[in-house]
Design a protein around this ligand. Structure first.
Ligand code: ATP
Length: 347
């Protein structure tokens, strides 16, 4: 049965300074949550505490209504009934791929276990490797087997640390979609650690953004992308063009003109312009600019444009506009809906 998972006032220190500070988070049964944040912010530690491979310094963890960690309470990892896929939970080298997956299915009758293991391997495209030993597999193949091993027992809660990190792009898309479909089918609750915002946006019902051991913002991906709580959170999701400005009465004044700045306090501000907010017009219209460089990136081209009044060039992501070649004079127009304004960080 899928179970919810909650952390209450969770604090954890390795010796000195805490790496998790008073974390409160309730994950609903069947929810897929991504823990996202810069390296060292505590994502893996939170997952390890949930798994029971680490004891929290303070606070409680509940799986459904059962307290699994708290004052005087500690349930061992194997008794928590959660599926784990951690980087340091490597495959057993002396067991074949099939035996590795069967290991998590010891509770089932042999025939049922075989069926479940084969199905799990098929979902990650590894059924042909059933008799192979892990040392004959690439890193990505091992990762897919580890994924199959974690999901085969159909646990109510799955904890996964960077589960798709070793896969090439095509395989990552494929395995990610398969994993997501499987999670949905099982109705499983999943907590997935990633440092890749795009991955988090793709798979999570809710993204939990962490920084320095604390939760900065949690919500559906669109909310974090469109309404980040602060400049650092915004920077995590988009490689903005940042322009200094001054906010007065809900409007930001910049060398590129005025932008709406609802909610931003009066005073110095950073105006964040998404590269896709920039549109090109014929020279003579809008802001005068000159194309410094144009790079082909596939679906969109990346342009660097010098704009009158700005020291640094702006980056635009565009398709079409064949006249906008290096050296061309252009008019630059900015979609105000793709602009965010934050108070300038104090120096
Ligand atoms: P990454 O994305 O790089 O894996 P993370 O957000 O998962 O980072 P954690 O692995 O949770 O971060 O680490 C958080 C902090 O705790 C880091 O500063 C790390 O050095 C420290 N840390 C983690 N495990 C231990 C340990 N066993 N002993 C001492 N310090 C640790």
């Amino acid at each position: 049965m899928p179970a919810g998972l909650s952390f209450e006032g969770l604090t954890h220190a390795f010796g000195g300074a805490p790496v998790l500070k008073d974390v409160d988070l309730a994950i609903e049964a069947g929810e897929v949550v991504c823990l996202l944040g810069p390296s060292g912010c505590g994502k893996t530690t939170l997952l390890r505490l949930a798994a029971g491979v680490e004891r929290p310094t303070r606070g409680r963890i509940r799986l459904d209504d059962r307290e699994v960690a708290g004052p005087g309470v500690f349930v061992e990892p194997e008794d928590r009934g959660v599926g784990l896929m951690f980087q340091d939970y490597a495959l057993f080298p002396h067991l074949t791929v099939m035996e590795n997956v069967l290991f998590g299915l010891r509770a089932l009758a042999a025939a049922d276990a075989q069926t479940a293991a084969r199905r799990a391997l098929a979902r990650v495209g590894m059924e042909a490797y059933a008799r192979v030993y892990p040392d004959r597999l690439s890193g990505g193949e091992q990762q897919r087997v580890a994924l199959a091993r974690a999901v085969a027992p159909r646990p109510g809660v799955l904890l996964m640390d960077e589960p798709f990190s070793n896969l090439d792009r095509r395989m990552r898309d494929l395995v990610r979609e398969e994993t997501l479909a499987l999670l949905r089918e099982m109705g499983a609750t999943a907590v997935v650690v990633t440092h890749d915002p795009e991955e988090a946006m793709r798979i999570a019902d809710r993204v939990v953004l962490m920084r320095k051991g604390a939760i900065v913002q949690a919500g559906p991906a669109r909310e974090l992308y469109e309404r980040p709580v602060d400049l650092a959170a915004a920077r995590f999701f988009c490689d903005f063009n940042e322009v200094d400005g001054t906010v007065k009465a809900g409007r930001a004044d910049t060398p590129l003109g005025l932008f709406p700045a609802p909610g931003a306090p009066d005073g110095p501000a950073v105006v964040c312009i998404r590269p896709q907010a920039i549109r090109l017009r014929a020279a003579g219209f809008c802001l005068p600019g000159r194309v410094l460089a144009r790079r082909f990136l596939g679906e969109l081209d990346l342009l660097e444009i010098a704009v009158q009044g700005l020291d640094a060039p702006v980056r635009a992501r565009l398709r079409g506009n064949p006249q906008a070649v290096e050296g061309a004079e252009v008019g630059v127009d900015i979609d105000p809906d793709e602009v965010l304004v934050f108070a300038a960080p104090s120096a």
